[in-house]
Design a protein around this ligand. Structure first.
Ligand code: GUN
Ligand code: ZN
Length: 433
């Protein structure tokens, strides 16, 4: 029999969707819970006392009042933008041209790409994020750098080569044919290898010609098991630009749909300024959205209608969008999601926020049968939260009368100091080597 590890603490479990039904029926926290890990997977979740009695030989790690959660999952991030996070004063198109594209050019150097991939993944793990769906750069080796660094850390990740053949610096452009060929080679090399999954990645309609979008659509139809990630309706000026670039399109989403880039494994970042037709089509096709709240306020994009799209049954994941987003922390991202929901008059409950950062994101990546929930058979990626990680949080949590009131200050005020421990596929993360 392989070794068993029993984690004891407060456990966060999800059995339903707290955005479309009552959250009380969908998620629960068990104050004296336990998670039994065996061979890299969760074998059992239950009451601490019962698990201790039945698995006396297991190695016990007692987290006391700490909250054992599924590892956080970032549904949309740009790892190459790690070193230019928090760049001042620009909105989307100027921000891309001023800060983002010059930084992405630096990844032309494979050594720099490897440095940034390692730096990004270590920062993500420091913040309790065990999986993510990342954009790379146009350079195929930026995908290799990312997946190699993720494999070295044992992480389940999704990523893809950015494809763009116009409206960006020459050094970052590919062509319809090279984007197709390079993406296909990367799919063969990485999709399903270890814990890697490939996402076909046209950056967004303004930087792809219709011919390139068609090539991406053809590639997706040949590899329907891959995700397809892109951006949709992030800023009003961007939407207006798309209208001029694609005069025949009914709307922004139609620029994707017309080229075979709308489907259930499609993941559309931002999706703020949607028309009723776009919402209908997203709902009909089963496509998923990535909500990027820190980015949406940082770049000045707007307030996504999370409650509205969730009510239509559209799956939504939670995402940092680093470096358009202003944080690597999914806790900070939950706080921003709460604040945007407040500005829309639809506050999110802490149960809904934690679910979005775990099961919700896993569902948007079609990985919810493997990660994102504490349940038997799931891969044992776990994040343990200290609910009193700073004096400010501790003094507020001490006043709490319910468990959710005790959790909420960490979601609103927490950062990497709240990450007590991280487990990746059943192995405890060793910090600093
Ligand atoms: N739209 C196209 N590219 C990007 C990007 O890198 N970040 C954000 N936030 N939006 C984009
Ligand atoms: Zn993005």
């Amino acid at each position: 029999m392989s070794a068993q590890t029993l984690l004891i603490g407060q456990t966060f479990e999800a059995v339903g969707d707290p955005l479309t039904g009552p959250w009380e029926e969908a998620v629960r926290i068990t104050p004296s819970g336990g998670v039994l890990i065996e061979a890299g997977r969760i074998a059992e979740v239950g009451a601490a006392e019962d698990l201790r009695r039945r698995y006396r030989q297991a190695v016990v790690v007692d987290y006391a009042e700490n909250l054992i959660c599924p590892g956080f999952i970032d549904a949309h991030v740009h790892y190459p933008q790690t070193a230019m996070i928090a760049s001042w004063g620009k909105q989307l198109i100027d921000w891309l041209n001023t800060y983002t594209f010059p930084e992405e050019m630096r990844l032309e150097d494979p050594d720099y790409a490897r440095t940034i991939a390692a730096r990004y993944l270590d920062l993500a793990l420091d913040h309790g994020t065990t999986s993510m769906c990342s954009f790379a750069t146009t350079h195929p080796h930026s995908v290799d750098a990312f997946f190699e660094a993720a494999a070295a850390r044992g992480m389940r990740t999704v990523a893809g080569k950015v494809c763009m053949d116009r409206n960006a610096p020459a050094g970052l452009l590919d062509t319809p044919q090279s984007a197709y060929d390079d993406s296909k080679t990367l799919i063969a090399r990485w999709h399903g290898r270890g814990r890697a999954g490939y996402a076909i990645t046209p950056r967004f309609s303004p930087t792809s010609s219709p011919a390139q979008l068609s090539a991406m659509g053809a590639l997706w139809s040949e590899h329907p098991g891959c995700l397809m990630q892109t951006h949709l309706s992030e800023q009003r000026a961007e939407v207006a630009w798309v209208e001029t670039l694609f005069p025949q399109a009914r709307d922004y989403l139609d620029t994707y749909e017309a080229h075979g880039l709308l489907g259930a494994r499609g993941l559309y970042g931002h999706s703020i300024h949607l028309t009723p037709r776009e919402i209908d089509r997203l709902a009909e096709t089963g496509a998923a959205l990535a909500h990027c709240p820190t980015s949406n306020s940082f770049i000045g994009s707007g307030l996504m209608d999370l409650a509205g799209v969730a009510a239509r049954g559209i799956p939504v994941g939670l995402a940092t969008d680093t470096g358009g987003g202003s944080s690597f922390s999914m806790l900070r991202t939950m706080a921003a999601a709460y604040e945007i929901a407040q500005l829309r008059g639809t506050p999110l409950h802490p149960a809904q926020l934690l679910w979005l950062a775990t099961t919700g994101s896993a569902r948007s990546l079609h990985l919810h049968d493997r990660i994102g929930t504490l349940a038997p058979g799931m891969e044992a990626d776990l994040t343990v939260l200290d609910l009193a990680s700073t004096p400010a949080i501790a003094q507020r949590a001490a006043e709490a009368e319910t468990i959710w009131e005790a959790v909420f200050p960490t979601l609103m005020m927490g950062d990497d100091r709240a990450i007590a421990d991280v487990w990746i596929a059943g192995t405890r993360r060793q910090r600093d080597g």
